[in-house]
Design a protein around this ligand. Structure first.
Ligand SMILES: C[S@@+](CC[C@H](N)C(=O)[O-])C[C@H]1O[C@@H](n2cnc3c(N)ncnc32)[C@H](O)[C@@H]1O
Ligand code: SF4
Length: 430
């Protein structure tokens, strides 16, 4: 297995990537979900709006839409009701509200969004474990109060860096004072878990400035901290600025990891660090095998054999068109699936392995073998990963070693099938 010196290939948090999705012959929701369990689901809601378009970000979102927010919320409600009408027994065990930036909405619209999720889709936001994304600029005491009222367990907020020169170089105008005030409010609230995102590998960032951002972050003692290596992706502001500098991500990763481990945090995955002795609230939902219902433009939904979503794009014009198309949809349109990808058994096995290793750091071989009636060692790549010293097995659990964890963005893509790689390449060339 040769890295050719580039271990930063891609963050494989899902598989297959939406770049591999294609047009499908139309099917109704009932046809898609036939014989699929609908009682142990994850619910996801996507709000594709932000107050700014950060230079590094290629997520499915647009900044400051002048019109269309109310239309979007109404369409979201229709989509949620369509699911409920077709499947009155849908049951969600965990959830996330993401984007974009859900807190971009003004207070009334934000309340409407939460109500659609709870009342129309039927997510028990109090009883089940769930998370919402926020940005320092858009979070306010009123929105925090609503998050508390709805019993949402976790808020994830992007700081990226505590130095203004660095957020500026990322193409994200944000002052440290603004981030400080936002996080202070969150820490003092009744929300049980706060997560703070930081980025390393920024132009001009040094070990010293990285240490400063890490120290400022742990001053707040958030339950979780995510450390993201910077990626400069096609069609983003950063790519257009054409920044080049020596790649110091691995050195900064190791420094950040060792620092957080020395400060009472445990490492869950390459990016995720969690305060010691704060286990995740119990949920029966298992992301490697269980299904997901996603609502909103850009959201995906997963059954075992079919993943589907609205169309995918990165540039503003195309995203705007997809959002507009979304809010013109009626019940009959929401009942039709037309874009996605089928997963044969081999792809389902690959997905299980990728989700288990990259997302949560542990692969349950008993669950794998029970679910797929195949031995994990039938995948030669797993044996290669053991030979590299990147995996270790304790009883039935396979985990990444420390050496493996820092290679996650190489290991994930190495597990993609050639067919999925081909579809993704075709998309990039189109
Ligand atoms: C949905 S955003 C976070 C929530 C919110 N919209 C905000 O920006 O504060 C998820 C996180 O992914 C990370 N991220 C996104 N694109 C990235 C990139 N190209 N390189 C590194 N990290 C990235 C950032 O840390 C970002 O906070
Ligand atoms: S990083 Fe967050 S605020 Fe910035 S464009 Fe991406 S989703 Fe929006």
């Amino acid at each position: 297995m040769n890295t050719n010196g580039n271990i930063y290939q891609q963050y494989a948090y899902s598989y297959p990537h939406k770049q591999a999705y294609r047009e499908l012959p139309p099917m109704t929701l009932a046809e898609v979900w036939q014989q699929q369990p609908i009682h142990n689901l994850f619910a996801y809601l996507h709000l594709p709006f932000c107050e700014m378009r950060c230079g590094f970000c290629n997520l499915f979102t647009i900044s400051n839409p002048k019109t269309g927010v109310q239309e979007y919320l109404q369409a979201l409600q229709t989509e949620a009701q369509t699911y409920r009408d077709v499947f009155p027994d849908l049951q969600f065990e965990a959830y996330a509200i993401g984007g974009g930036t859900p807190t971009f909405l003004d207070v009334d619209d934000f309340e409407q969004l939460l109500s659609i999720f709870k009342q129309d889709l039927g997510v028990d936001t109090h009883g089940k474990y769930g998370s919402i994304e926020a940005s320092p600029k858009s979070i306010t005491p009123e929105k925090i109060a609503l998050i508390e009222t709805y019993g949402i367990d976790r808020v994830s907020i992007g700081v990226q860096s505590w130095l203004e020169a660095e957020t500026k170089s990322l193409g994200r105008p944000q002052t440290p004072e603004l981030a400080h005030e936002a996080i202070q409010q969150l820490v003092l609230s009744d929300i049980p878990e706060i997560n703070i995102d930081l980025i390393y590998g920024i132009t001009g960032q040094t070990q010293q400035s990285w240490q400063y951002s890490l120290e400022k972050t742990i001053d707040f003692q958030p339950v979780e901290i995510f450390l993201y290596p910077l990626y400069t992706r096609p069609l983003t502001g950063l790519e257009k600025m054409n920044h080049t500098q020596a790649d110091h991500r691995l050195a900064l990763y190791r420094f950040g990891r060792d620092f957080l481990l020395s400060q009472g945090y445990e490492q869950v995955s390459m990016r995720c660090f969690r305060k010691a002795n704060t286990p995740y609230p119990a949920t029966t939902y298992k992301s490697a095998i269980d299904n997901m219902v996603g609502i909103g433009a850009g959201a995906r939904s997963y059954t075992q054999a079919l993943h589907y979503s609205t169309h995918y794009a990165v540039n503003r014009k195309a995203i705007k068109a997809i959002i507009k198309n979304y809010y013109l949809k009626n019940t009959a349109d929401f009942n039709q699936v037309t874009y996605g990808i089928y997963l044969n058994k081999e792809e389902q096995c690959r997905r299980f392995i990728i989700k288990s290793l990259i997302d949560g750091g542990r692969l349950d071989t008993e669950l794998f073998e029970l679910h797929f009636k195949t031995k994990i060692t039938d995948f030669p790549l797993i044996n290669d990963l053991f030979e590299q010293g990147w995996l270790v097995q304790n009883d039935s659990i396979i985990q990444l070693t420390a050496a493996g964890m820092e290679m996650e963005d190489f290991i994930g893509p190495a597990l993609f099938s050639s067919q999925i790689n081909l579809l993704m390449q075709e998309y990039e060339l189109s």
